[in-house]
Design a protein around this ligand. Structure first.
Ligand SMILES: Cc1ncc(COP(=O)(O)O)c(C=O)c1O
Length: 331
């Protein structure tokens, strides 16, 4: 499994996961290295000083650790520059304090319709791998593909793949939609906490950036920007209640927001509100487009104060059935 940070890896261990876990972000400090050892987490190693420091500390602790060697083939982020890739990977393979669990690189432009730069990165990666083999090294598993590269084809798959967005069932770019059928897997739900009928001309929420144009039924929903519903989407998105659409109205506040349920007369306090889902005006891609950002940022924006819930694959599939009364959550 791959995670970005040590605390995420620790969380997986504490949840009982025993599979190897790669930390794809940087780790440097003594405290971090102690945690890697304690929780059997495998760091990304991307430069010589980092390798030497890790080896020194592991030797003192009399411990050996799996590592993932990062080669920067053109992302300009973690990893040794590709021209030094072979020598660095060889140093890692020969270092007695570590076992090289994999060698990898990360693509910067795999979601671009023009694949020139992506293929250039691949060539640089191949060259590092080939020269290691030529110099007699046994190659550990190697990997390169994010979701876009997984969708682009098998020539980019190597031994392992690292899809992120794809496991949430979203496409990195519209031109990759015909490659594979993906279904959005994450929904965010809350509940109606109050409903009231208000007259025409009533200002709703901070700054009165919305006024009712007729008598309306306004419902309060217990979720706000502190949970991950971007305030910049105020008055622009739609939520779903009892299978019907309800426009969000007024500025989204920190912990609450309002929706217009006039067209859902059967709506009641306690009803589940699907905030992010697959309904029109409620998808991550739709939100991202309105905000001028990417769907990755929308998904990551849902904060951990929202409990994560496992939606059963079949059976009790309506949120009303599985979201406990008064609860909100990401599933
Ligand atoms: C090193 C690495 N691998 C894989 C991924 C997954 O990328 P994507 O979400 O585009 O599939 C990321 C995303 O941040 C990453 O940084």
């Amino acid at each position: 499994m791959g995670v970005a940070t040590i605390p995420e890896g620790v969380q997986l261990r504490q949840a009982g996961i025993t599979a190897p876990i790669a930390i794809l972000g940087a780790t440097n400090t003594l405290a971090e290295i102690r945690e890697l050892v304690e929780y059997r987490l495998q760091p990304t190693i991307g430069h010589g000083a980092q390798l030497r420091r890790l080896a020194e500390i592991l030797t003192a602790l009399e411990h050996r650790l799996g590592i993932h060697v990062a080669i920067d083939t053109g992302m300009g982020r973690l990893g040794v520059h590709w021209t030094e890739g072979e020598a660095f990977a060889r140093d890692c393979l020969q270092c007695p304090a570590v076992t090289v669990s994999s060698i990898y690189s990360h693509l910067a432009t795999a979601d671009d319709p023009d694949v020139t730069s992506c293929l250039q990165q691949q060539q640089r990666f191949d060259e590092v791998c080939r020269s290691l083999q030529r110099s007699g090294c046994a190659l550990p598993p190697v990997h390169l593909a994010n979701t876009a590269a997984v969708l682009l084809g098998r020539h980019l798959h190597y031994d392992w793949v690292r899809p992120g967005l794809g496991i949430y069932g979203l496409y990195p770019a519209p031109h990759l939609r015909d490659r594979l059928v993906l279904r959005p897997a994450m929904t965010v739900n809350s509940r109606i906490t109050q409903i009231k009928t208000v007259p025409a001309g009533m200002g709703i929420s901070y700054g009165h950036r919305y006024y009712t144009d007729s008598e309306r039924a306004i419902a309060v929903v217990g979720i706000g920007y502190a949970d991950g519903v971007p305030r910049g989407l105020s008055n622009q998105i739609t939520m779903a209640v009892q299978g019907r659409l309800a426009p969000q109205v007024g500025v989204i506040t920190m912990d609450q927001c309002m929706i217009d349920v006039t067209e859902v007369p059967q709506a009641q306090v306690g009803d589940v509100v699907t905030v992010l889902g697959t309904h029109p005006g409620g998808g991550a891609e739709d939100w991202a487009e309105r905000l001028g950002t990417i769907s990755w940022e929308i998904l990551c924006g849902f904060k951990h104060r929202l409990p994560r819930l496992n939606l059963p694959a079949s059976g009790r599939s309506h949120p009303q059935d599985w979201l406990a009364p008064g609860r909100r959550g990401v599933s």
